[in-house]
Design a protein around this ligand. Sequence first.
Ligand SMILES: [Zn+2]
Ligand SMILES: [Zn+2]
Length: 242
Amino acid sequence: MPTIYADLHLHTVLSACAEVEMIAPLIVRRARELGLNLLAVTDHNAAANCAGVIAAAEGTGLVVIPGMEMTTAEELHLLCLFETVEQALTWQGIVFDHLPDAPNNENLFGGQYVVDGEGDYIRTEGRLLAASTDLSLDASVRRVTELGGLAVPAHIDRASFSLFASLGFVPPGLPVPALEIFRRTDPAALVAAHPEVAPYPLVRDSDAHQLSEMRVSLAFEANAPSFAALRSSLAQRSHRLM
Ligand SMILES: [Zn+2]
Ligand SMILES: [Zn+2]
């Protein structure tokens, strides 16, 4: 079976903190140079740029997973990965209902741009995306799962916006398919220090905000790159961290 090379966490120009080069054609070109087969697009509390990256990847062999990095009421980041753009946009609607309706301050935080598959400007997202929703971690995980998605707590051991920073621990029995650890963390050392993570498959992603940060982050064997293949490799813990 072929090896699938993946990265599940990447920001585009819809995230105010991402570089202006993070547009669909350049992301897809860099992903192909790196040999990536599967790439998730995960902007902060927004999914409007997934369709553009999917369009840019069409016919290249790169499969793009529509997703989001949402901020829960506990101020922790949760990767929400979906099989279809429709699911991601449904989730987007729910998240917007639970975000403060405040304007983005472009001068302070940077712009939030929706772009198409060519990287051409469509519109500016005017509402503040770099905010916390009032959805709890439990409620978010439940609702993403009900929509058919995968809810993966992001960079759990990072110093901010993480499970360990916000709660100090992994809630016992948290029904998630994986935990994402910070990209520079040694998984064996983390499991030794925090045995409660041992029951979970661990992933490690680029969390790229610029092209040079993109990388192959995990690998697994599958007939073809897909959301379903990712889900089953996590369930079987048959993936490897790269
Ligand atoms: Zn994050
Ligand atoms: Zn991120």
